[in-house]
Structures are given as structure tokens and as C-alpha cells.
Design a protein around this ligand. Structure first.
Ligand code: BGP
Length: 485
């Protein structure tokens, strides 16, 4: 046996990088609307463009004039404003996903599309209707929606007024949001994930807090753990068939040498970067190593009565994780290269992507095994892929053999994990199945898709969709249930 016959094959996206329509249908502002060249660059002053080409300046929180064509900020393009415009292209895009044979599709919902301020007393019906239309369109082709409830942003109002997740009231507002989703979509969505890459969230805009010190971060994280657990508890009451997962960035790291110092450092690093988060969400309690660390560093988590019980009851059904690359840990902190999410020591055994991310297919099998051994609950690879510059040939073709090679090698290792190790892996949604804006850099030129979107780093382009070579390849992979890579 290789892939189980009901294996989920699809692709993954996120609202802030793909959806666009950022002020349409009553959507409120989100923190993702004001970061530009990547998640950490926050713009304060925005230049808007009027139909006659003249421009004006405004503060990031102001409303743009009704007749403005859009925003520019010097050379930076605002990822979430138009992005690659799923909002207006969803039917066309879903038809293309169906043509590839997807039986699932991962998308995130924009909280501020449903609750414009994040904590309004009533949801915005136009926002709910938009997602309902999207789900109906997917279901028409027998494509299961896989929903990330929150991916890398927070409604702006909550960040501005309450410093977002540092405020305990966020739990209630998130609970209200998830209750609305679960109730409205109980017959249309089975697979949910509470927070995208919870282990990477810190500061503004991702967490919506203005401070990044440990005390703020871990208190905010405590609120998120409770919000996630409460969502699991409530969701199961609304539909016991729901599968509600956590989602973490699986940052695989190897000790650089067999020096026990390197090995210990790697254990610490792995706990710090990822296991702390999955330990809480899968096991339902804080791990001892973290409690000791809090003690040493003077971090005091304010808890209320009943918190521990909620964490225990609200454990997740599965682990969704992203896997792109591995890193190396060393006690010798020499020469570090930038691998986006963490500083890594170069691994001489691996080649790298154009963005310096080490390419490590075997690391996929290793990650699956480490997660399976540690938790023994089903796994879902919800992001994986190669960010690369694609070129469109004169005849319109896009020959992305490098992407095919990367994905084939990683799928082979997923297959090995199932076949040779007995890992319970039930789905695969490679990242950015259609081109979208990069979260890490804000660029369009860093592409992951099977489907090309005509748009450049300045936001110029027709948004026309075209099929890359990898489109036909992935279609064949799905048709043969992963046998023909
Ligand atoms: C993950 C995020 C995604 C996505 C991906 C690729 O961390 O969940 O939102 O963007 O990384 O990263 P990048 O866009 O920086 O290439």
C-alpha cells in the first residue's frame, strides 16, 4: 500500500496573501493590510491613487477616499489588498483546482471580513455569504474545504484598542467568531485548524501585540491556547464529526555534530521553536521544560480557575504542519544564514532554494516520524513547496521542472513514511497552489503555484491565470494517487 485510497490531495492558500477584495463586502481592516515588504515591515503612511493619477497621503487607519483606485507605498505592494484576487476569481480558480483533481482545498478565512471590528455584536452577513459561496463552489466539484480559522493577522480594531492577544477578552471574541463559523458551516466544512503556524506568532502584525518580550508573548499564547481549546470543545458540540487540528511550522533541526553539547542545544531549540506549542495543544497541558524555563526567566502566566481543564478537554484531533526545509543547530554560533523563520547554520549536505532555504526531502520523512512517534495522532502536511522565480516563455509556457522535482522528492518521502514506517498521514496540500503574495518577503516573484498569476511586485499585471508544467504533473500525481511521480 502507498497512499490510502481516501488520501486528501489539494493545495493551500491564505486570505491575507490570496483573497484581496480587502474593503469589499463590508470587510474591516486587519493587521495584514498594513504590512508591506514582508510580515515585519509595517507601514504607517499610505499613498492612495485617484482615478486621474494624482495621489494623496493618509494614515494606515484612515478610510481611503471612495473614488481612490488603490494604494501604493513607494515600491511596496500591499499583499492583502488585491493579492491575487481570489475574491473575484474564485469560480475560475476552483474550476482549475478541480481540473487538477483536488479533493480538498485549504483556505483561511479573514476574521475582519466576518467581524469587521473583530468583536462586533453581529457578524457581517456579506462576509459569511462570500465564504458560503466559495464552499458551495468547492463542494460542487467534490472538493472538501480545509479551513484555517486564522492565518497571520488580527482585526485591526482589536490590535489598536486592546493590543490583541495580550488581552484575555480575545478568547471570548475568537470564541464568538468560531461559534458563528461552526454553526453556519457545520454541514459544509469538516476539517478546521485553529491558528496557522501558532509557533511563529509574535508581535505585530501576526499576533497583533505591540511588544515581543517573553512575558507578553507567552501570556498572549496562553490566551490563544485557551481560545483554540474552547473552539475544539464547542465545535465538537456543534458537529461531532468535525476534525479540528492545530497547525505548526515544523522547523526540523539537526545537531551539527555528535558533540553532546550540540545535541542538547538541538533538543532545547526544538522545544522552543515547535514542540512547546504542539505539546500543549495535543497533550492538553504545559510541558515541564517550559514551566522550568518560565521560572528561570521570571515569566509568570496569569491563569484563571478552569483554564487547565479547558486545555485538557480541548486537545486537537490532528496536527497540520508546514514543512519546507530543515536547519542545523550548533553551539558554535558562527556564520549564520537567513532561512526566513530561524537563523540556521548551513548544512553542507543540502542544496538551497533561491531564497536560501535548504532543500531536504528526507527531512519530510524524518519530521513525519518524529511527530508520529511523539503524539500518535493523525498528521496532515498542509504546506510544502518551493518558492522560485518562474519565467514565461514566448509561447506562454512555464517550465517549472525545479518545482516538480522538489515536490516529487517530498511526496516520495511522505510515501516512505506511510509505507515503511506506518505513519498516519491523511492529506497533502502544497503551499500556494496558485501564485500568491509571499508572507516572508511581500514579493510576487517568489512563486509556489501550479497556476501562474500575471502580477508583479509593484502590483501590475492582468491577474490572468495560466497553467504551469507542474499543473499537468500534479494532475497526474493525484490521478494515480501518488503512484506516478
Ligand atoms: C508559511 C506561511 C505561509 C506561506 C509560507 C511560505 O510560514 O504559513 O503563509 O507564505 O510560509 O513562506 P513565504 O511566503 O515567505 O515564501
Amino acid at each position: 500500500m502507498s497512499f490510502p485510497k481516501d488520501f486528501l490531495w489539494g493545495g493551500a492558500t491564505a486570505a491575507n496573501q490570496y483573497e484581496g477584495g480587502y474593503r469589499e463586502g463590508g470587510r474591516g481592516l486587519a493587521t495584514s493590510d498594513v504590512y508591506t515588504g514582508g510580515a515585519l515591515n509595517v507601514a504607517r503612511q499610505i499613498t492612495y491613487v485617484l482615478p486621474d493619477g494624482t495621489t494623496g497621503k493618509m494614515d494606515q487607519h484612515d478610510e481611503m477616499p471612495a473614488n481612490a483606485k488603490g494604494y501604493i507605498d513607494e515600491n511596496l505592494y500591499y499583499p492583502s489588498h488585491v493579492a491575487t484576487d481570489f475574491y473575484h476569481h474564485y469560480k475560475e480558480d476552483i474550476a482549475l483546482f478541480a481540473e487538477m483533481g483536488f479533493n480538498c482545498f485549504r483556505l483561511s478565512l479573514s476574521w475582519s471580513r466576518i467581524f469587521p471590528n473583530g468583536n462586533d455584536s453581529e457578524p457581517n452577513e456579506a462576509g459569511l455569504q462570500f465564504y458560503e459561496d466559495v464552499f458551495d463552489e468547492l463542494l460542487k466539484y467534490n472538493i472538501q474545504p480545509v479551513v484555517s480559522i486564522n492565518h497571520f493577522d488580527v482585526p485591526m480594531h482589536l490590535a489598536d484598542e486592546y493590543d490583541a492577544w495580550s488581552d484575555r477578552r480575545m478568547i471570548d471574541w475568537y470564541t464568538n467568531y468560531t461559534n458563528v463559523l461552526f454553526t453556519r458551516f457545520k454541514d459544509k466544512v469538516k476539517y478546521w485548524m485553529t491558528f496557522n503556524e501558532i509557533n511563529l506568532l509574535n508581535g505585530y502584525p501576526l499576533l497583533g501585540t505591540h511588544k515581543t518580550d517573553d512575558q507578553t508573548r507567552y501570556q498572549a499564547m496562553h490566551h490563544m491556547f485557551l481560545a483554540s481549546a474552547q473552539a475544539v470543545i464547542n465545535g465538537k458540540k456543534i458537529n461531532p464529526d468535525f476534525q479540528i487540528g492545530m497547525m505548526c511550522a515544523y522547523i526540523l533541526t539537526y545537531p551539527e555534530t555528535c558533540n553532546p553539547e550540540d545535541v542538547q542545544k538541538n533538543i532545547d531549540e526544538e522545544r522552543n521553536l515547535k514542540y512547546f506549542f504542539s505539546d500543549v495543544q495535543v497533550r492538553g497541558y504545559y510541558p515541564s521544560y517550559k514551566l522550568k524555563e518560565f521560572e528561570r526567566n521570571g515569566v509568570v502566566i496569569k491563569k484563571e480557575q478552569g483554564d487547565d481543564e479547558i486545555l485538557r478537554q480541548g486537545v486537537v484531533d490532528y496536527i497540520g504542519f508546514s514543512y519546507y526545509n530543515s536547519g542545523v543547530t550548533s553551539v558554535n554560533n558562527r556564520e549564520l544564514t537567513d532561512g526566513n523563520v530561524s537563523k540556521v547554520v548551513p548544512n553542507k549536505y543540502l542544496s538551497q532554494s533561491e531564497w536560501g532555504w535548504p532543500i531536504d526531502p528526507k527531512g519530510m520523512r524524518i519530521s513525519l516520524n518524529l511527530l508520529w512517534d511523539r503524539y500518535q495522532i493523525p498528521l496532515f502536511v498542509v504546506e510544502n513547496g518551493l518558492g522560485a522565480v518562474d519565467s514565461v516563455e514566448a509561447d506562454g509556457s512555464i517550465n517549472d521542472d525545479y518545482r516538480i522535482e522538489y515536490l516529487a522528492d517530498h511526496i516520495q518521502e511522505m510515501k516512505n513514511a506511510i509505507e515503511l514506517d506506518g505513519v498516519d498521514l491523511f492529506g497533502y496540500t502544497p503551499w500556494g497552489c496558485i501564485d500568491l503574495v509571499s508572507a516572508g518577503t511581500g514579493e510576487m516573484k517568489k512563486r509556489y503555484g501550479f497556476i501562474y498569476v500575471d502580477l508583479d511586485d509593484k502590483g501590475q499585471g492582468s491577474l490572468k491565470r495560466s497553467k504551469k508544467k507542474s499543473f499537468y504533473w500534479y494532475k497526474k500525481v493525484i490521478a494515480t494517487n501518488g503512484d506516478d511521480l
